[in-house]
Design a protein around this ligand. Sequence first.
Ligand code: NAD
Length: 284
Amino acid sequence: MRDLEKVGVVGCGLMGAGIAEVSARAGAEVVVVESDAAAVEAGRARLRRSLARAEAKGKIDSADDAMARIRLVTSLDELADRELVIEAIVEDEAVKADLFQMLDKVVESPDAILASNTSSIPIMKLGVVTSRPQQVVGMHFFNPVPVLQLVEIAPSLLTSSETTRRAREFVEGLLGKQAIDCQDRAGFVVNALLVPFILSAIRMLESGFATAEDIDRGLVLGAAHPQGPLALADLIGLDTTAAVADSLYAEFKEPLFAAPPLLARMVDAGLLGRKSGRGFYTYE
Ligand code: NAD
């Protein structure tokens, strides 16, 4: 077996399912932990749907073969023998820190890497609650994971160069994706640029300057973006967008990262974008 082929993923939502899928498609053996039986079933359905799509498009030979390499469970103890665990749970620093403390106790191999898919929480905060901060690293995938090639690799000040090298080898060598290196700063490279852009589009909508459709069509037709910023926010999830903006604001204290009231109200209302059926647009 190659290095880091025994993969654990915590969380099987939008991102965790994607990470589990691309790992299994690359031949890794994956254990996915969700919080309860209902979430396991939702995660399994998400994985099956996406793998069936990949099979129908001829991207993989067999969805069943890939699915057979993924085991979904509800207990973190099942991660004991993992070489790499990638966390993809809710974007909440306290909740993630608790999880990293537990992973540190559960994952037995002294060489194992504990990675986080966080979009904005400092990797250092997750490293220092473990006994092995040198093996904690940011590994930030993009949505939809099976489609988008980029992964940002973000070592904290305490992450070893060997951990960073192995993380990069997993991303590029095993998964066949492309990595960029960035420092442990909220938002890394892509979100630090993208989130202020999305927030500006929401402010534009909020002020009545233009409709959602026209803002998005403007960027698609005038700047050759594949989709407009409001459709993109719906895809990311408005709760995740707001949480990332809050972390960026807490880190840099710059008004351009401050979430506009409309975004907060929509999250309070449960209008979370595609995943809830309604955000700036309505989905079937
Ligand atoms: P999501 O809400 O779709 O999924 C989170 C999943 O984690 C849920 O299924 C939930 O049941 C599960 N979960 C929560 N606590 C858990 C626990 N203690 N143990 C096991 N499972 C638990 O969220 P998402 O969009 O997949 O985001 C996950 C992470 O990925 C966040 O840190 C987010 O910032 C990051 N991220 C998101 C995107 C995006 O576009 N949505 C992109 C890159 C990174």
